[in-house]
Design a protein around this ligand. Structure first.
Ligand code: FAD
Ligand code: NAI
Length: 489
C-alpha cells in the first residue's frame, strides 16, 4: 500500500510540476504572414472581450488559421463564479485571474492584443473603432476585420432606479470586489469609534444586498460567513451588531432553482440570521437609505454598504451596433440565430455570451463557454470554406471546379445549429453548504448541504482556467480553513 501511495504521490507531483512548467514556458509561436503558403490571404479575425466567451474561443481555436486580434479593456480573464468569495477574502483576487498574455501566448499562431475598448462597430465597412484603456496612453483607431466575434458581456442593470449608480457597489469586476472590501472595513472602523446607541453606528453596520439571484445570494452568504467565522473572533462586540439584509422583488430568491432548493436556501438564511425581505422592490436610493415598496407599504432601510445585483443590461457598444441594424429590435441584447451569427450581419459577425439574447439561453458562463466551443468549430469550417473559394477562383479546369464546388457544398451542409447542453446550476449558500440542480440527460437531480458544498468546490476547481488558478484557489481555501480570513483592507 505504501509503495502504491508513494507512486501515486510521485505521479501526482510529476503531473502538477509538468502542467505548471508547461504553463510557465509556452512553446514558440509561429509568426503570422499576410498570406498562407498557397498564396491565399490570411483573413483577419477580431475578437472583442476577454471573458468566458472570448477566452474559451481563444483557448480552443487554431489561431494560425487567422490573423487574430483581441481587443478588451481588461488584460486578464476573470473566473466570475468565485468573485463573490473575494470581497471577504475567502479567495484572493489574484487567484481567479489569468493574464491575457498567457492565454494568447499559448495558442499556436501569433495573436495581437489591444488593451482597449471597442466603441463602435461598422458592419458595412467592417471596421471597429477602438479606444485605448491603457493609462497615460490615449489613442483611437479603426481596425479592419473580415470576421468579428463580439463577446463584450453585459453591464449591471439598475432599471433606471434613481441613486443606484451613485451610491451602490456592483459585483461584476475586480475593482467592484475591492470597493466592497474597502467599504466593509471602513464602516467597521468608523462604527468602532461611535457609541453603542448611536444610530449612525447601526447604519454603518447595516449591509444590504439587493437582488436575490445567485450573485446576491452567494455574496450575502459569504458576508455572513465572514461575520460569524472571523469578525466574531477579532471584533466580537461589533460583529454582533452587523446585520446582513437581502432584498428581493419576487416572492422567493434563486428563481432558476427548483423550489426545494430555494426553500432550503431561504431556511438556511433564516437560521443564519440573514434578513431576507421578499416581495420588496427597491424604488429609490440615496447616500444612506434605500426606499422599497412591499405591497402597499413603503419601507426605508438605512444602509452602510449597498451591493446591487439585479442582473444584466447591454453595454454601450452593443447598443450602438443594435441601432445600426434594423433586424436588431430587442433591448435585451444582440439578436443572433442558432449559429451564433448576428442578425443583420450574418456573413461576418458572430456574437456569444452575455451580450446576446436568444430565447432559452441564459447569461451564464456555461452558455458562453459552450457557444465558444461551437464557434471554434464554425471558424475551422469557415477557414476551409474560404480556402475552397480561393481555390475555385484560381482554377480554370471545369471538372476540377465542379469537384471543388461539391466539396464546398458538403462543408456548408455539415454546419449544424448550436445545441446547448445544460449540465446544471450550483450556488454557495453559506455555512459550508451549497445547492445544486444537476442535469443528467433528460433527468434532473437536486442536492443540498455540506456534501454538495464539496461537490461545488470540486466542480469550480475543475472549471478554473489554468492549473495555476486551480492551485492558488485550493491554497486559499486551505489557508482560510486553517488560519481564517483576515480583517484588514
Ligand atoms: P464576460 O465574462 O463578462 O466578459 C466580457 C469581456 O468583454 C470582458 O473581458 C470585458 O472586459 C470585455 N469588454 C467589455 N466592454 C468591452 C468593449 N467595449 N470592447 C471590448 N471588450 C469589452 N455563470 C455560471 O455559469 N456559473 C457561475 O457560478 C457564475 N457565477 C457568477 C458570479 C458573478 C459574481 C457574476 C457577475 C456572474 C456569474 N456568472 C456565472 C455569469 C458569468 O460570469 C457570465 O455569464 C459570463 O461571464 C459571460 O461571459 P461573457 O464572455 O459573455 O462576458
Ligand atoms: P439575476 O437576474 O439572476 O437576479 C436578479 C434578481 O434581482 C432577480 O431575482 C430580480 O427579481 C431581483 N430584482 C430586480 N430588481 C429589483 C429591485 N428593484 N428590488 C429588489 N429586487 C430586484 O441576476 P444576477 O444574480 O446578477 O445574475 C446574473 C446572471 O449571472 C444570471 O443569469 C445568473 O444565472 C448568472 N449567475 C450564475 C451564478 C451561478 O450559477 N451560481 C452565480 C451568479 C450569477
Amino acid at each position: 500500500t505504501l509503495k502504491v501511495s508513494l507512486a501515486a504521490l510521485l505521479a501526482g507531483t510529476g503531473y502538477v510540476s509538468y502542467e505548471l512548467y508547461r504553463e510557465a514556458n509556452p512553446p514558440p509561436q509561429i509568426p503570422q504572414a499576410a498570406t498562407f503558403a498557397n498564396g491565399s490571404p490570411r483573413k483577419t479575425l477580431v475578437v472583442l472581450g476577454t471573458g468566458w466567451g472570448s477566452v474559451s474561443l481563444l483557448k480552443h481555436l487554431d489561431t494560425s488559421l487567422y490573423n487574430v486580434i483581441v481587443v478588451s479593456p481588461r488584460n486578464y480573464f476573470l473566473f466570475t463564479p468565485l468573485l463573490p468569495s473575494t470581497p471577504v477574502g475567502t479567495v484572493e483576487l489574484k487567484s481567479i485571474v489569468e493574464p491575457v498574455r498567457s492565454i494568447t501566448r499559448s495558442s499556436p499562431g501569433e495573436v495581437h492584443y489591444y488593451e482597449a475598448e471597442a466603441k463602435d462597430i461598422d458592419p458595412v465597412a467592417k471596421t471597429v473603432r477602438i479606444k485605448s484603456a491603457t493609462k497615460d496612453h490615449d489613442y483611437e483607431l479603426d481596425l479592419n476585420y473580415d470576421y468579428l466575434v463580439v463577446g463584450v458581456g453585459a453591464q449591471p442593470t439598475t432599471f433606471g432606479i434613481p441613486g443606484v449608480f451613485e451610491n451602490a457597489s456592483f459585483l461584476k469586476e475586480i475593482p467592484d470586489a475591492q470597493d466592497i472590501r474597502t467599504k466593509i472595513m471602513n464602516n467597521i472602523e468608523k462604527a468602532a469609534t461611535l457609541s453603542a446607541n448611536d444610530p449612525e453606528r447601526k447604519r454603518l453596520l447595516s449591509f444590504v444586498v439587493v437582488g436575490g439571484g445567485p450573485t446576491g445570494v452567494e455574496f450575502a452568504a459569504e458576508l455572513q460567513d465572514y461575520v460569524d467565522q472571523d469578525l466574531s473572533k477579532w471584533i466580537p462586540e461589533i460583529s454582533k451588531e452587523i446585520k446582513v439584509t437581502l432584498v428581493e422583488a419576487l416572492p422567493n430568491i434563486l428563481n432558476m432553482f427548483d423550489k426545494s432548493l430555494w426553500q432550503y436556501a431561504q431556511d438556511l438564511f433564516a437560521m443564519e440570521k440573514i434578513d431576507v425581505k421578499l416581495k420588496t422592490m427597491v424604488k429609490n436610493v440615496n447616500s444612506t437609505t434605500i426606499t422599497a415598496q412591499c405591497g402597499d407599504a413603503t419601507e426605508d432601510i438605512p444602509y452602510g454598504l449597498l451591493v446591487w445585483a439585479t442582473g444584466n443590461a447591454p453595454r454601450e457598444v452593443s447598443k450602438n451596433l443594435m441601432a445600426k441594424l434594423e433586424q436588431q429590435n430587442s433591448r435585451r441584447g444582440l439578436l443572433i440565430n442558432d449559429k451564433m451569427q448576428l442578425l443583420g450581419a450574418e456573413d461576418s459577425i458572430w456574437a456569444i455570451g452575455d451580450c446576446t439574447f436568444f430565447p432559452g439561453l441564459f447569461p451564464t458562463a456555461q452558455v458562453a463557454h459552450q457557444e465558444a466551443e461551437y464557434l471554434t468549430e464554425t471558424l475551422k469550417q469557415q477557414y476551409k470554406i474560404d480556402q475552397l473559394k480561393w481555390e475555385i477562383s484560381k482554377t480554370t479546369n471545369a471538372t476540377e471546379t465542379s469537384k471543388l464546388h461539391s466539396k464546398l457544398d458538403r462543408i456548408v451542409k455539415q454546419q449544424k445549429p448550436f445545441k446547448y447542453n445544460h449540465q446544471g446550476t450550483l450556488a454557495y449558500i453559506g455555512s459550508e453548504q451549497a445547492i445544486a440542480d444537476v442535469a443528467v440527460g433528460e433527468s434532473k437531480y437536486q442536492m443540498a448541504g455540506s456534501f454538495t458544498f464539496l461537490f461545488w468546490k470540486s466542480a469550480y476547481l475543475g472549471m478554473c482556467l489554468s492549473f495555476r488558478n486551480r492551485i492558488l484557489v485550493a491554497m486559499d481555501w486551505a489557508k482560510v480553513y486553517f488560519l481564517g480570513r483576515d480583517s484588514s483592507v
